[in-house]
Design a binder for this molecule. Structure first.
Ligand code: AMP
Ligand code: MG
Length: 423
């Protein structure tokens, strides 16, 4: 798809139907408007965890810097070993990690060596200590040693001059360690993405405030805060806004002046959309879609001032599903992460039956667990209504049922997407 210049142009195609928007099409449309933010900061390596590199990292040297031993044992010259019988070598000294053997190993000699210690000059092979006999006559090495055995080469991990990371790399624990192994004190990372969010609804009360009849505590701002913080965004929480056009307009204007992205929850379903649309049209350019998915049907995307705008549905599960399906990827792209890898999905048997009508993508909350025989299967968490936030807490995965999929019989394979991650 060529990049549309504006939202109007994006909505011109024959297949554009705002009232029945496939998930993939909405994602593609949104992607067309995203450009990574400018701006970076320089941080001590440890502070860069979870951030995105704003520079390429080129290695100034080999890691490791010298050939070294992978085992505790004896370093020797392979050519000096008898191919058939036993060889007896004399111990010429020791090479410890960080304290190399200073001499040269001559014919008939070996050096006691420890893991990580530099291979002494004149040696190319290490025989494990368990495989030799040491006695008064010397070190007895049997036949069968391979040349270069248990030797780690200089530059095995990282070669001098290699581009270790490209700008756009997300810094996780392994990258922190690699930056440290290059001896770097500081790195240049993208500045944090600023995301303003607020909830809309006359029924919403802050935590700590008493609830009147029909009122509920505003939970969406908390799940949003959690999801945004986990992604590494700076969150500007603008509170809960009552359903009044002038309050909404004020909140949107102030959010868009202070943030790269504005996210709201509630107020985009049919009943509210009219006045919200009027306000948004005054401040920017926003499209309202009915996504062919469940939960999370209504979604608004566009621009308010210079900020990107996501209008998420109000139902607590719909907020989370829409965030993970549409907002997460968009924020990572804006943050400058490159590439943004698709989250892995895989197919497992579903132990519970699922009722589903074809025509929309469903994101059921699932519990993926091992059986006694070690094989994994998934089951649904129970009530799948979009107001049951506890289903998200119970779940460790989404069961993603494609548009075409109908009912699922017990034992049938379904696609799952993990909510839990090791790193
Ligand atoms: P709406 O999209 O505004 O029509 O809201 C849909 C449903 O989500 C209603 O039951 C709302 O009460 C509920 N809801 C909306 N916003 C929130 C929120 N911030 N926290 C919890 N529930 C909410
Ligand atoms: Mg509402």
């Amino acid at each position: 798809m060529t990049r549309p210049r504006n939202l109007q142009e994006a909505t011109r195609g024959d297949d554009y139907d705002p009232n029945s928007m496939p998930v993939a099409k909405a994602r593609e449309l949104i992607r067309g408007f995203l450009h990574p933010i400018e701006g970076f900061e320089t941080l001590p390596v440890r502070m860069s965890l979870g951030r995105i590199l704003a520079e390429d990292i080129v290695s100034p040297f080999d890691v490791p810097g010298h050939d070294n031993s992978a085992m505790d044992g004896y370093a020797l010259r392979h050519a000096g070993l008898s191919p058939e019988g036993e060889t007896i070598l004399q111990r010429a000294g020791e090479s410890f990690a960080g304290r190399p053997f200073g001499g040269v190993v001559g014919p008939g000699q070996c050096v006691r060596i420890f893991t990580g210690a530099v291979m002494p000059e004149g040696t190319d092979t290490v025989v494990m200590q368990e495989q030799v006999v040491a006695d008064a006559a010397g070190i007895h090495v049997g036949p069968g040693t391979r040349a270069g055995q248990n030797r780690r080469r200089a530059g095995d991990d990282i070669k001098s001059g290699a581009r270790v990371f490209a700008a756009g790399q997300l810094i996780r624990p392994a990258e922190l360690g690699m930056l440290a192994s290059l001896g770097l004190v500081e790195v240049r990372v993208k500045r944090r993405l600023r995301v303003a969010c607020f909830s809309t609804g006359d029924e919403l009360r802050a935590v700590g405030a008493p609830l009147g009849p029909g009122e509920i505590h505003d939970s969406n701002r908390y799940t949003l805060f959690g999801m945004l913080t986990r992604l590494g965004c700076e969150v500007l929480d603008l509170g809960a806004i009552a359903d009044r056009p002038e309050l909404l307009e004020h909140a949107l204007a102030s959010a868009s002046q202070n943030a790269d992205v504005v996210i709201t929850s509630g107020g985009v379903s049919v009943g509210d959309a009219d006045y919200v649309k009027t306000v948004l049209d005054r401040l920017g350019e926003v499209l309202f879609w009915k996504i062919a998915m469940k939960p999370g049907r209504p979604l608004a995307y566009g621009r308010v001032g210079h900020a990107h705008f996501f209008g998420l549905p109000g139902n607590p599960v719909a907020v989370m599903v829409s965030f993970y399906e549409f907002v997460r990827e968009a924020l990572l792209l804006l943050m400058g992460q490159h590439p943004v890898a698709a989250l892995p999905t895989f197919r497992v048997p579903c132990s519970t039956p699922i009722k589903k009508a074809p025509g929309r993508t469903e994101f059921q909350r699932g519990i993926l667990e091992p059986a006694a025989d070690g094989s994994w299967s998934v089951r649904v968490t129970g009530d799948q209504s979009s107001g049951i936030l506890s289903s998200m807490s119970l779940a460790n995965c989404f069961i993603v049922l494609s548009t075409e999929q109908g009912n699922v019989a017990p034992g049938a394979l379904v696609e799952v997407k993990l909510l839990e991650g090791l790193i």
